[in-house]
Design a protein around this ligand. Structure first.
Ligand code: FAD
Length: 408
């Protein structure tokens, strides 16, 4: 059969290989990843993995035997250095070549670095890989530390929650006027901020970090644009991720904020697909080109590409985006893609710790955020998969149940 080569053995890359085999693909399947060891899941790295016993089984994407049993050839600890599209080959670091009939780029994203003096010192951490998480695991359990989290996004907040639970003194610094500003409503951001404050964490909003002063190569403080200084033993930088597009750029594929793909997830070369954190795709749900960083997005896009390779069908990718975060005892679930300026309806009552925020753009429901109301999330996923949209007025009713049948 025709060989499929997949660059990246993360959530998306491994799923392409698994789905190809599940669908009966008999050609050679090879997955290459720079990181060594068995492929793993990233979400636990900022949650349970930091406090658990650190065992790999908590995070394995698939068992070791899975790859052998499914004849998936796994090259870990090896970087793909280049793509020769006219010859249908990728070059591995070290000089080896792999032939492909189809190539899948699932290269993920890397942590954005803080462009200030002192950011490269000891005690300044990021969190993307198992190596990063293992380092944090060794630092967090000991004596009380002054931990400063730069960036009030999901990863920063999840680590802040773990650190506060372990008894550290935690400060979160966020440049924007609220937490998780691009992803969640003001109501949810306020609720989450209050939860962190109730655990003793200080939150500084609207402040920019200008320097990380230190001594002998070790960070000692975080300096803000208003001149204030926060002493720090550990600084975690969680200010977003940058898509890994180097390979695509070198190979002369179209690249914007991510590797540009069409609605079938093909790059500007139809023999090359791109999925997951590295891919910029025309989103049916956003109504524009977008790039998402979530397990759902990587897994569903992987399945979509595998289906196309198995059947030749070129349906557009339309899966409903969803996401979750866990902070303290709080489980937040989100479905759909919100817009900045939208109207909102709240179901339930934030003071009871159970509520959902329904968001509308031009009167059309686009997303739902749920705190401890899993039935709203599950119903929302079903509803947003259809073209049915209850109106704002319908959704203002109390005790609304998201039953897609109601709108049929
Ligand atoms: P990745 O999983 O990043 O895999 C890409 C792989 O490609 C990497 O292993 C990399 O080494 C490899 N690679 C890159 N370039 C090359 C090359 N040239 N040669 C060989 N290999 C290469 N999402 C959620 O939905 N919920 C959560 O709660 C959540 N929590 C998260 C917590 C953390 C700490 C992090 C970092 C992410 C979290 N995410 C969460 C996001 C989610 O993990 C990602 O969206 C998902 O892993 C994306 O999968 P991917 O396959 O696109 O990329």
């Amino acid at each position: 059969g025709s060989p499929v080569v997949i660059v990246g053995a993360g959530q998306g890359g491994v799923q392409v290989a698994a789905s190809l085999r599940e669908g009966g693909f008999t050609g050679p399947v090879t997955v290459v990843d720079t990181e060594s060891g068995l492929p793993y899941q990233r979400p636990p790295l900022s949650k349970a993995f930091l406090t658990g016993d650190g065992s790999r089984s908590l995070i394995d994407l698939r068992s070791e035997s899975f790859f052998d049993e499914n004849s998936i050839s796994l090259h870990t600890g090896q970087r793909v250095d280049g793509i020769d599209r006219s010859a249908g080959k990728v070059a591995l670091e070290g000089g080896e070549y792999l032939d492909y009939a189809h190539l899948v780029l699932a290269t993920g994203a890397g942590p954005r670095t803080l462009p200030v003096p002192g950011a490269d010192q000891e005690g300044v951490a990021v969190l993307r890989t198992l190596t990063d998480a293992t380092l944090l695991r060794t630092l967090l359990p000991g004596q009380e530390l002054r931990v400063v989290i730069v960036g009030g996004g999901f990863i920063g907040l999840e680590v802040a929650a773990v650190a506060a639970k372990l008894g550290h003194r935690v400060t979160i610094v966020e440049t924007l006027p609220r937490l998780m500003a691009r992803a969640v409503s003001p109501e949810l951001a306020t609720y989450v901020a209050d939860m962190h404050r109730s655990h003793g964490t200080e939150i500084l909003l609207g402040n920019r970090v200008v320097a990380l002063p230190g001594k002998n190569g070790r960070v000692e403080a975080v300096e803000l644009d208003d001149g204030s200084r926060i002493d720090a033993d550990l600084v975690l930088v969680g200010i977003g991720a940058v898509p890994n597009t180097d390979l695509a750029v070198q190979a002369d594929l179209e690249v914007g904020d991510g590797i540009v793909v069409d609605d079938g997830l093909r790059t500007s070369d139809p023999a090359v697909s791109a999925i997951g954190d590295c891919a910029s795709f025309p989103s049916h749900h956003a109504g524009r080109r977008t790039r998402l960083e979530s397990v759902q997005n990587a897994v569903d896009q992987a399945r979509h590409v595998a289906h196309r390779l198995l059947t030749g069908s070129v349906e557009p990718y339309r899966s409903v985006p969803w996401f979750w975060t866990t902070q303290f005892e709080l489980r937040v679930q989100m479905v759909g893609l919100p817009q900045e300026e939208d109207e909102r309806v709240i179901h339930g009552d934030p003071s009871t710790g159970r509520f959902s925020v329904l968001r509308f753009h031009n009167g059309r429901l686009n997303s739902i955020e749920s705190v401890n109301r899993p039935q709203d999330h599950v119903g929302g996923r079903k509803l947003l998969a259809t073209e049915l949209r209850p109106t704002l007025d319908e959704l203002r009713q109390t005790d609304f149940k998201f039953d897609p049948k109601r709108f049929a």
